[in-house]
Design a protein around this ligand. Structure first.
Ligand SMILES: Nc1ncnc2c1ncn2[C@@H]1O[C@H](COP(=O)(O)OP(=O)(O)OP(=O)(O)O)[C@@H](O)[C@H]1O
Length: 470
């Protein structure tokens, strides 16, 4: 069977940029010239590979997503395909007319009207004057700029500017459409219109190369995905598989970062544990043996991370444990999480309460409870022990959260108070807002019809032939 025709063939693309970092500052142009050169200050390591041996093929009529972290080379790759940047080595072949939604409105002239800019921009993108005239009304209508089309574009807001650029670019009727994160353009209504336009392109058998950080969009829209990492191809193939591998790697990175953050927070606290402070009123003298000698802040709502208490009962270690029993810092919305306190009581203690506070990244308390509030009566703790606080379902939206953990007397006297020393991140494929996600469902009468794009756990199974719905 003959293989389908290729719209894009990229072979071993390398793009080397020079970086002009650490250039010496000269007081005058003369001193620069006398010193030898204005540009000889480049250090040998100041060239770097934004793309390093990237090869890929896109069959005609396919939608192809490019994902990767900031600075991984996605835009550079798209610019090379568009011909805006020239690869240092390698070869790119594109079959058909290209339109690039990259630097939208880059060719606009601020002093002249939107109308004149549509013509200039259209001609730059390869349309004839007659073709632009034919499509002019459609372009302006799409951009929703009819009342402003004769005003100079310097009077447009940045969203209006981008909308006009987008409208011209999509009305060029390209065979290959290159899209770089343009859905961030304009308001939500316009983003839906852009998606509809892409869907129309797909239906008409056009090829789309899409760079985006929206993994949901790649999964929903693309036939294939390519994952760039530090300028190299790290994965290519079915979008779901590539995205899963990418997300796993991101989470591993976040995990390491949060673990280091927590360790740093505790080191700071330990360093602060050298000086003795008087015990809080009504408490025993603080001998400074275990828990940090940091005084409790007057205002707990504004308090920074810290640790204080007499140390009679010490929270020696805290583990955050996921549903599979693994200790970590990155969890998923809807899954279970156990907060495990490893304790040591120097002598048997009969008066104790365990408490927990959950805060968002801005320090707003989302939830707090303790064993006294929940009407548990302390009997005795002695030696080493363990307390598990089991959250059966993290009913939280995506975000970063912090924990207060404490053991204190019934009257509040602290044995060991850990103030926001533990950070964890909740990941969620659903981008709802706020902190708290109540367990919920939607129901619709038969006259209201919607299509469920995602599966019950958030990630919708990959279905190639779906079109997006608004
Ligand atoms: N003209 C340039 N001169 C020098 N360095 C550049 C230039 N353009 C891009 N770079 C560098 O090349 C690397 C890749 O940049 P690129 O914009 O392609 O990344 P990206 O994956 O699109 O990032 P993002 O997701 O943040 O948009 C970055 O380190 C960037 O600083």
């Amino acid at each position: 069977m003959p293989s389908p025709p290729l719209a894009i063939h990229a072979e071993h693309i390398t793009k080397i940029y020079r970086r002009f970092a650490h250039k010496r500052q000269f007081a005058t142009l003369k001193s620069a010239i006398l010193s030898g050169s204005l540009v000889r200050d480049l250090k040998p390591d100041e060239t770097f590979r934004a793309l390093d041996g990237v090869s890929f093929d896109v069959e005609a009529g396919r939608t192809y997503g490019i994902i990767g972290r900031n600075g991984s080379g996605k835009s550079t790759l798209l610019k090379c395909v568009a011909g805006i940047a020239k690869p240092t080595t390698g070869k790119i072949t594109v079959n058909g007319r290209i339109s690039a939604l990259i630097e939208l409105g880059a060719g606009f002239h601020p002093e002249i009207s939107g109308r004149e800019n549509v013509f200039i921009n259209g001609i730059m993108l390869g349309l004839s004057k007659a073709e632009i005239e034919r499509r002019f009304d459609e372009i302006v209508e799409f951009a929703e700029l009819a009342p402003f089309i004769d005003a100079p574009v310097k009077t447009y807001s940045s969203g209006m500017y981008m909308r006009l650029g987008f409208a011209v670019a999509v009305h060029v009727d390209p065979d290959v459409l290159l899209v770089d994160e343009v859905l961030a353009v304009g308001d939500e209504g316009f983003a839906h219109k852009c998606l509809d336009k892409f869907a129309e392109f797909r239906r008409r058998g056009k090829t789309i190369l899409l760079v985006t950080h929206s993994l949901g969009l790649v999964e929903r829209f693309c036939d294939e995905a390519l994952w760039l990492d530090k300028g190299k191809v790290k994965g290519v193939g079915d979008p779901k598989r590539v995205i899963d591998a990418y997300v796993t790697e991101i989470e591993e990175g976040e995990e390491a970062f949060l673990a280091a953050e927590d360790a740093r927070a505790r080191v700071r606290v330990d360093l602060g544990a050298g000086s003795s402070v008087p015990a809080p009123e009504g408490g025993e003298p603080n001998d400074g043996v275990t828990a940090g000698n940091v005084e409790a802040p007057a205002d707990m709502f504004k308090a920074e991370a810290g640790r204080w208490g007499s140390g009679d009962i010490e929270i020696a270690r805290v583990d955050l444990i996921g549903p599979d029993g693994t200790v970590g810092h990155v969890f998923h919305s809807g899954e279970s999480m156990t907060i495990r306190l490893h304790l040591t009581a120097r002598t048997p203690v009969k008066d104790f309460v365990f408490g927990i506070g959950l805060f968002n990244a801005d320090g707003v308390c989302i939830y707090g409870t303790n064993t006294n509030i929940e009407e548990m009566s302390a009997q005795e703790i002695s030696g080493d022990g363990q307390v598990d606080f089991v959250i059966e379902e993290l009913a939280l939206t995506e975000g970063t959260f912090k924990l207060d953990l404490a053991v204190h007397k019934l009257d509040g006297f602290p044995y060991d108070y850990h103030r926001q020393l533990y950070t964890f991140r909740v990941k969620s494929p659903v981008k709802d807002v706020g902190f708290f996600r109540p367990r919920h469902s939607w129901t619709f009468s038969p006259s209201v019809r919607l299509t469920q794009l995602r599966g019950p756990e958030g990630w919708r199974p990959h279905m190639k032939d779906d079109e997006p719905t608004a």
